[in-house]
Design a protein around this ligand. Structure first.
Ligand code: NAP
Ligand code: 12T
Length: 349
């Protein structure tokens, strides 16, 4: 990366699973960077990292870290965003926040550029990046909603451990090895590090992502429900979710049932629509066993859709399978895409 005219970018949580992908995505997308500031907690401060052949030193994130920063990409947990996000804004930066801290704040745009890029004009310094599972689902549903209307959605997810951070990926790897070697293991991270109990993830499926809420849904399920309504500006949408963790390192999969408002249409009509929709790759050819799988989506920015079928009983109902790299479109790429949109729309000073 050359010093050039461009923007001063800060990455908060630069040593994490998402932060590392943010740095890589900025480089891959050739984002115009004049200066790059890499921030973490005191634990990683002083650590050296290589970015495109240049050495950078990680520093501890503090209010003063944002002096002169144009765009700050936050991915260090909700508490860090709540504390330092406003400090960055105070110093003139635009914050793109990957945590759930501001997503449901009515004054904060919640943006997936393929769906609601224009919301960026309403920002007050902070723009929220939606939950990973929500992002890939709304990219696939929005073209359908626009053409046929959307009445109801029922989604079940099959989520990768990298969504829960670098330590969760390490736990899956080490636990798998221990089990194969016949050794004892002691789950410490999944399903949720701060919750009471921890369970085996290797060779298992855990129907808990994030903490349980009083209504019996997990917070991840409620994020999918509430964020989808906000992004699609559809408060009346009927939607429910079940979120499940699988022993997959990267790539979330989703089985999505949806009912359109009206239209005498076939599965082929949905396929034709999604084939040309922004950010989507259609992989749907049962005869040749073509369908999306996480292992084939790792490292790709797009949302992959397949297995599109009409429901056998409900005339307005359809099923589809949606897969994407949760660290890219689900997090780093969507954030960098928001930064690109901000530049394109002239919203960065
Ligand atoms: P991770 O691998 O555990 O990394 C956490 C990062 O945050 C590390 O860089 C860590 O730095 C930094 N950090 C922790 N406490 C900090 C503090 N007090 N001040 C400054 N930096 C601090 O986690 P991850 O998977 O990258 O996720 C990070 C956050 O992103 C999550 O908490 C979540 O809110 C959000 N996230 C969003 C999505 C989404 O759906 N869009 C997906 C995944 C994650 P050290 O190296 O110093 O510990
Ligand atoms: N706990 O919406 O554990 O910030 O996979 C995303 C993913 C929080 C979030 C996970 C999480 C978020 C997870």
């Amino acid at each position: 990366m050359k010093e050039q005219n461009g923007y001063h970018i800060a990455v908060v949580g630069a040593t994490g699973a998402v932060g590392k992908q943010m740095i890589q995505t900025l480089i891959n997308e050739n984002f115009p960077i004049r200066k790059l500031t890499l921030l973490s907690s005191a634990r990683s401060a002083g650590k050296k990292v290589d970015v495109d052949g240049q050495e950078y030193i990680i520093t501890e994130a503090k209010p003063e870290s944002f002096e002169g920063v144009d765009i700050a990409l936050f991915s260090a947990g909700g508490n860090v965003s709540k504390e330092l996000g406003p400090e960055a804004v105070k110093r003139g930066a635009i914050v793109v926040d990957n945590t759930s801290a501001f997503r449901m704040d009515p004054n904060t745009p919640l943006v997936v550029p393929e769906v609601n890029e224009a919301e960026l004009h309403q920002h007050n310094g902070i723009i929220a990046n939606p939950n990973c599972s929500t992002i890939q689902m709304v990219v696939a549903l929005e073209p359908i909603r626009q053409r046929f209307g959307l009445k109801k959605v029922i989604v079940s997810t099959y989520q990768a451990v990298s969504g829960a951070g670098a330590a969760a990926v390490e736990e899956l790897m080490e636990q798998t090895q221990s089990i194969l070697n016949g050794q004892a293991y002691d789950p410490k991270i999944l399903p949720v590090k701060s919750d009471k109990n921890h369970y085996q993830i290797a060779f298992n499926a855990i129907p808990q992502i994030d903490m349980f809420q009083d209504n019996g849904y997990t917070f991840e399920e409620m994020k999918m429900i509430n964020e989808t309504k906000k992004i699609m500006d559809s408060p009346e949408l009927q939607i429910s979710a079940t979120c499940v963790r699988l022993p997959v390192a990267v790539g979330h999969s989703e089985s999505v049932y949806f009912e359109i408002e009206s239209g005498d249409i076939s599965a082929n009509d949905i396929k034709a629509l999604l084939k040309d929709a922004p950010g989507i790759v259609l992989q749907d050819d049962p005869e040749n066993q073509l369908y999306p799988m996480p292992a084939n989506c790792v490292g790709k920015n797009e949302v992959f859709v397949g297995r599109i079928r009409k429901d056998l009983d409900e005339d307005l109902g359809f099923h589809m399978w949606v897969v994407s790299d949760n660290l890219l479109k689900g997090a780093a790429w969507n954030s960098v895409q928001i930064a690109e949109s901000l530049v394109k729309l002239g919203l960065v000073k």
